[in-house]
Design a protein around this ligand. Sequence first.
Ligand code: MG
Length: 449
Amino acid sequence: MAKYFGTNGARGKTDLFTPEFSSSLAAAFATWAGKGKILVGRDTRTTGEMVESAIVSGLLSAGSQPVLLGVVPSPTVEFETTKLGAAGAIVITASHNPPEWIGVKCIDSKGVSLSKERAEEVEKIMEAKKTTRAQWNEIKEISEYGQAASDHAQAIKKWVNAGKISKRKPKLVLDCGNGTACNIAPQLFAELGCEITTINSHPDGHFPGRNSEPTKENVADLMATVKKLGADAGIAWDGDGDRVIFIDERRGEFIIGDKSFALCVELALRKRKGAAVTTVATSNAIKDIATAHGCKLFYSKVGAPYISEKMIETKAVIGGEEVGGVIWPEFHYGKDGFTTAAKIVEAISEKPLSKWIASLPEYYNAKTKIALEEKEKTEVIEKLKKQLEKAGEKTTTIDGVRVDRGNAWCIIRPSGTEHYARIFAEAKTQKEADALLKEFEQKLTALKK
Ligand code: MG
């Protein structure tokens, strides 16, 4: 089991990310990735430069050539990895976590973030001290590349129908959350001809404006501003810009990630037929949309790296997950909050966001969690799996266990980091979703004893 890496990189605080640890991790990753350029990007956190210096030192010691991209979003680093032909990349970011958190995401040469299983290989190199160390005459020079955000923005501008957007001139409120979005979003949408108002738009690792995670509670200011200005949409990103959420024009309402992802699937499949990928914990709305377009939907485990791997395997044209992360493979295989935002802004240049959302399949959900000890987690879920199979239920065991009953379904998954199992139910009515949740809560509680 990976000790430091979870489903989306390694996370910790200053006690974990010491210069020694950061440098060893970088050198082990360089050994894993092989010789060549390794891109290094970071978010706006106060610890960024400290960790970056150690990482650069580790990369140099292993004979790699570090290319510093500076403060840029994670999707920008992923985009540049294939564009600049790098052997890999390291993003120093704790995503949406509070300011004291530090994180590192390792990216392979295809621009895919390393899953827990692949990161374990890097950890093994580090623990076994099998890192390659370069001789004095093999040490490379550090180079800097300051064009990454601009490259990414230019590519997005070419990809969307910029003419349609500039003609409609949508009125947008952008909430960059003092994160990396500050360095790309205002310029991108201004250049696309939108009328923009920004909030929390200066980079600041203390996150003075709002918490970094773009939840409904955290973007209250944005919702109020959209309403006050009568804007066409509000857009907010998390700290590293891979996640994005939207506020509609009608009453300044928060649109859950499930819905904006469903809209992206609709927009993508309209343009290009092909497979779609999502996690086993995502709404059936995605399945309905794919079916309506005559396209296949494939499921992956929960976590962006698994979606990316499945997308490569199935040559999918769109992928994503319910928290507001969408992957557009024509750019790269990471979740990208800027291509997603531009695509949706292009759509609202045609008709209002609330109308798009209202046209999507409607589902209701309910969720809860049950305390389970570490050992119990796998045992109880395994027992439930057997019980359901015996009862002839339709189950999927890609991640935890999912039961499908017509339009309704329920998933029970062990938490990766904490001592509980999550239960999530979805149905065509709230009553049905609540009942399904209750049924499985009771089943799990009974098995616990
Ligand atoms: Mg993130």
